[in-house]
Write a protein that binds this ligand. Sequence first.
Ligand code: NAP
Length: 258
Amino acid sequence: MDLGIKGKRALVSASSKGLGFGCAQALAEAGVDLVICARTEEPLHIAADALRGFGVDVTAVAADVTMEDGRAQVLEAAGNVDILVTNAGGPPPGKWQDWDRADFMAAIDANMLTPIELMKAMLPNMIENKWGRVVNITSQYVKGPSAILGLSNTARAGLTGYVAGTSRDVAKHGVTINNMLPGIHATDRANALDGAISQAQGISMDEARAARSASIPAGRYGTPEEFGATCAFLCSQHAGFIVGQNILLDGGFIGATI
Ligand code: NAP
């Protein structure tokens, strides 16, 4: 399917690896020029070179998108874009008894206020152009509970509320905002969570992974490639009527009828 976005320009934040890279790769395949970012130089430049292999223009910014100065660098390099995919690393797992104000503020900064700041910067030009696509990477735990990911749940619930209202406000300008809610995907983040479970329960990494895979109706972890393909579709010309949705990619994990 021709996604109809060849020649458009996108900012995909936190995108040298994992789900952000999956989204960047699918957009590159569709002919979209890219601005990508991550904190660590080497994997960022490896990712940028791989994306250039699709024949698109790629600008790579080594910066922490959750910090004000890092975000300013990313926004300056990006200028105006047609497509914004927001992503950042997720907060660490833990226990509700241990989290204090500083932990919550860090999570809210990274996973709620950072995507909001990026949208606030990019939406005016999209509105003027009468075309824009925003996809925020959140989490399946926005829809279903997880005690150990309470910091993530709290911050992402706030973002979800913001998107619900803002998406309805900008839709009349041809600008769509939607959230993608990943279930467990085979990335470094999933490895870190497997590691935390293996430690907490005194089991091996393989046992932790097998137990988590068995908890998913699809019986496996998702891949960054299939996640990226859905992201590219949401950013395509064909998705202009999809507004303010929270799209689960969880292999059926969240047990809800609708
Ligand atoms: P990942 O494999 O760890 O990749 C994270 C990417 O983001 C890396 O390129 C990393 O590079 C970059 N990054 C992280 N923090 C950054 C920051 N502050 N500024 C700039 N770049 C940053 O993670 P993932 O699995 O793709 O997860 C992406 C998001 O989806 C996270 O918020 C995660 O919580 C959420 N999620 C993931 C899963 C899953 O199973 N994978 C499930 C639910 C939700 P640097 O480290 O070099 O900066």
